[in-house]
Structure formats: C-alpha cells, structure tokens
Design a binder for this molecule. Structure first.
Ligand code: COA
Length: 159
C-alpha cells in the first residue's frame, strides 16, 4: 500500500471511556488520567476529544479541542499519532477533523501551542497555515507527582 493512502484508512470519532485502554501509546498513567478527567467536559460540550481508529478498531491517533478558553477560538491540544504510524499524513487529517469540529461550533480561529524543542511538529503546523502569534509557558503533571514546565510558541490560523 502506498504511504499516501494509509491515512485514508483512519476514521475519526469521539473518544469513549473504553478507548482509554487502547491509548497507552499516547502517554503514561498521568496523561491517561488527564484524558479521563476531560471526558466530563466533553459531555458538557466544553471540549471535543477525538480518536483516530484503523479499520480493525485499534486506535492510532488522538487529539483534543478546547472550546471554552476564548469565545470564537478553538484550542487544539494533546495531539498524538502512534509512533509507528507518524509521517504518513494521519496528523494532518487529525488536525483537519478537529478544525472542522471547531468550525461547526462557530469558531473563527484555531489555536495551538508547540514546545520550543519540537521543530518537526512546528513545521507541520506552519505547512497547515498556522502562524506564530506569541509565546507562553505551559506546565502539566508528570509521573512522581512532579510538574513539567516548558516554553511554547502559540500559533493560530483562521478557519
Ligand atoms: C506531531 C504529530 C501529531 C504529527 O502527526 P503525523 O501523523 O506524524 O503528521 P503528518 O504525517 O500529517 O505530517 C508530518 C510529516 O509527514 C509528512 N507526510 C505527510 N503526509 C505524508 C504522506 N502521505 N506520505 C509521506 N509523508 C507524509 C509530512 O511532510 C511531515 O514530514 P516530517 O516527517 O518531515 O515532519 C505526531 O508526529 C506526533 O504524535 N508526535 C509526537 C507527539 C507530538 O509531538 N505532539 C505534538 C505536540 S504540539
């Protein structure tokens, strides 16, 4: 199968609680606890959590869209594609699916952040039309009860 066709086999749908068991590739226990904690917000319509599934049902992509940060702006976050299936166009399609959900909910702008030391992801976002609008410091819990702190660029594109 040509690499250019593989991404078309991935179908995107809303994350369900039972999907957490097939997302261990996307991060450790702390990350999965964070994803599980966002499920309640997804039921309330504050966030959209999407997973990308192969025809056999196995999950190979996930990403979130936060609609509650700023009126008219959809924040894409937690973007991840299974390590063995990166660079095949799945990430591009995942972002497209999240952007469509943002449009459906009336957003005029898509925003995301990328760590200063992730040039490959930055290059992908730029190719998809995102432009840097600022920088920020982000932090999230990691194993051992510690907090990871990192510098990020903020990027936006019109929808
Ligand atoms: C960043 C990430 C989500 C992008 O997903 P992806 O599926 O790898 O992205 P895409 O395949 O759509 O595009 C990325 C690359 O594939 C290439 N590509 C896209 N479609 C392709 C195709 N059909 N055939 C071959 N290559 C293709 C792109 O040119 C790009 O090239 P690069 O590898 O030199 O960067 C994924 O790589 C990932 O999970 N990375 C680790 C976690 C992470 O960094 N998350 C983002 C935090 S901000």
């Amino acid at each position: 199968m040509p690499a250019t066709d593989l991404d078309r086999f991935v179908a995107f749908r809303d994350l369900a609680p039972e999907d957490l068991a097939d997302l261990s590739w996307s991060g450790g226990d702390t990350h999965l606890t964070e994803v599980a904690g966002q499920l309640g917000r997804s039921y309330a319509g504050e966030v959209v959590l999407l997973v990308g599934a192969l025809p056999n049902g196995r999950l190979v992509a996930m990403g979130g869209l936060d609609l509650a940060r700023q009126c008219g702006v959809g924040l894409l976050w937690m973007l991840a594609v299974h390590e063995t299936l990166q660079s095949l166009g799945i990430g591009r399609r995942l972002i497209g699916a999240l952007e469509q959900r943002a449009r459906d909910r009336g957003c005029r702008t898509a925003r995301l952040t990328v760590e200063h030391d992730n040039p490959r992801a930055l290059a992908l976002y730029r190719r998809l039309g995102y432009a840097e609008v600022g920088s920020t410091i982000e932090s999230w819990p990691v194993a051992g009860g510690r907090t990871y702190v990192t510098a990020c660029a903020v990027l936006e594109r019109p929808l």
